[in-house]
Write a protein that binds this ligand. Structure first.
Ligand SMILES: [Zn+2]
Length: 156
């Protein structure tokens, strides 16, 4: 564990923002992850990308030196980290927008009978969420598989 830790460029100033502000800035300024040896960018994470799935180590594609990238496999994550992995700031805001729009619709008296407006609106809202959870589910399944393989390789 003597390998250096990757640089993350939001870290310095992000904590000074309030929680709601941080979620907002997370969307506008993605987290930039850099190799600690040569400072080349290896990852751009949208939102408050604090949780990554992976083996915890990475080899830089530029300078070919190893470093720790703060990633963990799914079975190692805490419940809170799992929550943040599945519901980062952008997803929370998107869900919140959906709830607000639904409230506006019912406030304006547009019932669910008017499917010609609501169906496309619901599709526009739900489709990215489904795509997001399918994508995340795939990542989680891959991480669990990787973790099991690693454990088997250790005990064998
Ligand atoms: Zn490097």
């Amino acid at each position: 564990m003597d390998k250096p830790l990757a640089f993350k460029e939001q870290e310095g100033w992000a904590p000074s923002f309030e929680l709601s502000g941080a979620a907002f800035t997370g969307i506008l300024w993605p987290t930039v992850c850099r190799c600690p040896h040569c400072r080349s960018v290896y990852k751009l994470a949208p939102g408050l990308g604090d949780v990554f799935l992976g083996k915890g180590e990475r080899t830089c594609s530029k300078c070919e030196k190893a470093f720790r990238d703060r990633s963990q496999e799914w079975p190692e994550l805490s419940t809170l980290d799992r929550f943040f992995f599945l519901f980062p700031g952008a997803v929370c805001i998107w869900t919140l927008l959906g709830i607000i729009f639904r409230a506006l619709f019912s406030w304006a008296g547009w019932t669910f009978g008017k499917t010609q407006i609501l169906l496309p609106a619901a599709l526009i809202f739900v489709t990215p969420l489904i795509a997001w959870f399918v994508f995340r589910g795939f990542q989680v399944a891959r991480s669990i598989h990787r973790f099991d393989l690693h454990r088997k390789a250790k005990t064998a």
